[in-house]
Ligand binder design. Structure first.
Ligand code: IMP
Ligand code: MG
Length: 175
C-alpha cells in the first residue's frame, strides 16, 4: 500500500486566510477573552492566528485543552476524551475555542459543553477547516477558514496517526 499526499491548500493560501480570519475575529473579541486551542491538531493554526490577532491590539489569554476521539483511525470514534483540561479559569469569561477541523462535530460540541460546564460566558468557535458533509451534530462554527469536501487531510498541525503535522501546507492523504 502506498501513501501519497496531494496538495490541497498552499502555504500562501493558508497565510492569506489566517490574516483575513484575524480581521473577522478581532472586533468580536471582548477584553479578557480566553482563547482555548484544542491540541494537538490546532497548534500551528493557533500560533499563526494569535500572531495575527496581535496586530489588532487585543488583550489575549491563551490556554490549551487536549481532547481525543480518533485513536489511529481515519474515522472519529464518536467518544471524546479529555486528556488534558485547560488550566485558566474560564468562569464568567468569554472563550474562543480553536480547532483544526470540524468534521462530525463531536469534538467541538463536547468542548463547547465543557466550557459551559466550567461557567464560561459567551463562547465563540473557530475552525481552520470545515467538512459540513460529515456533520452529526447541529453545531456551526462562528468562524471558518476553509470549507472542504469529505477528504482526509494532513499537514499544518493535522496528523494521520501522529504523522505529517510538520507539513507547511494542507494535503489530501491518499492510500
Ligand atoms: P469531529 O469530532 O468528528 O468533528 O472531528 C474533529 C477532529 O477530528 C479534528 O479536531 C481532527 O483532529 C480530527 N479530524 C477530522 N477530520 C480529519 C482529517 O481529515 N484529518 C485529520 N484529522 C481529522
Ligand atoms: Mg483534533
Amino acid at each position: 500500500m502506498t501513501t501519497s499526499i496531494e496538495p490541497l491548500i498552499s502555504e500562501t493560501e493558508i497565510r492569506a486566510r489566517v490574516v483575513a480570519l484575524a480581521a473577522e475575529i478581532a472586533p468580536r473579541l471582548q477584553p479578557g477573552t480566553v482563547i482555548v486551542a484544542l491540541l494537538k491538531g490546532a497548534f500551528v493554526f493557533a500560533a499563526d492566528l494569535l500572531r495575527e490577532l496581535a496586530r489588532h491590539d487585543l488583550d489575549i489569554n491563551l490556554d490549551f485543552m487536549v481532547l481525543s476521539s480518533y485513536g489511529n483511525d481515519t474515522r472519529s470514534s464518536g467518544r471524546v476524551l479529555i486528556n488534558l483540561d485547560c488550566q485558566k479559569l474560564v468562569e464568567n469569561r468569554d472563550v474562543l475555542l480553536l480547532d483544526d477541523i470540524l468534521d462530525s462535530g463531536n469534538t467541538l460540541t463536547f468542548a463547547v459543553k465543557h466550557m459551559r460546564f466550567k461557567g464560561a460566558g459567551h463562547i465563540l468557535t473557530c475552525v481552520l477547516l470545515d467538512k459540513p458533509s460529515r456533520r452529526q451534530t447541529d453545531l456551526q462554527a462562528d468562524f471558518v477558514g476553509f470549507t472542504i469536501p469529505d477528504l482526509f487531510v494532513v499537514g499544518y498541525g493535522i496528523d494521520y496517526a501522529e504523522r505529517f503535522r510538520e507539513l507547511p501546507f494542507i494535503g489530501h492523504l491518499k492510500e
